[in-house]
Design a protein around this ligand. Structure first.
Ligand code: CA2
Length: 147
């Protein structure tokens, strides 16, 4: 089973800037932890980070032909703005779990709306770096369950 991990803009700064909001764990550390979890579940994890909306749209659009079975995605700021990423998810129709390190509902009003969440099978938010692991486990459960 192949899972695509997508991280959106500025997440390459995790653990380097503003650790008060997003914690001290770096993105390479998160990816490495998630790779361990994926290995335990018998999945292959393909990791992609971009600060560019179009690159994320392209990656989602190519996911089926790349043999991807499901997506774990933190669209970061594009969560709240990107009709293009939402449309790409709607078009590719792969099971996707949206992830946020912070609880976006406990933050500024503009973060309460997600344009991408309605195209996802679920959303996991607020548990810092661990959120990615819960999201991967939930996606794997969905992909391997009969109902
Ligand atoms: O809580 C999350 O995971 C967010 O997706 C993070 C986004 C934010 O725009 C969303 O509302 C919620 C921001 C990612 C930027 O990450 C940084 C990390 C370190 C320093 C600066 C930005």
């Amino acid at each position: 089973m192949k899972i695509l991990l997508i991280n959106g803009p500025n997440l390459q700064l995790l653990g380097v800037r503003e650790p008060g909001i997003y914690g001290g764990v770096t993105l390479p550390e998160i990816v490495s932890r998630l790779r361990g979890c994926a290995a335990e579940l018998g999945c292959e994890l393909i990791d992609f980070q971009s600060n560019h909306e179009g690159e994320i749209v392209d990656r989602i659009g190519n996911a089926k032909s790349d043999g991807i079975d499901g997506i774990v995605m933190n669209p970061a700021a594009y969560t709240h703005t990107s009709v293009a990423i939402r449309d790409a998810l709607a078009a590719v129709r792969l099971p996707t779990v949206e992830v946020h390190l912070s609880n976006i509902h406990a933050r500024e009003a503009f973060r309460h709306e997600s344009l991408t969440a309605p195209m996802c099978i679920g959303v996991m938010a607020g548990f810092g770096a661990d959120t990615y692991e819960w999201a991967l486990r939930a996606l794997h459960r969905r992909l391997t369950s009969r109902v």
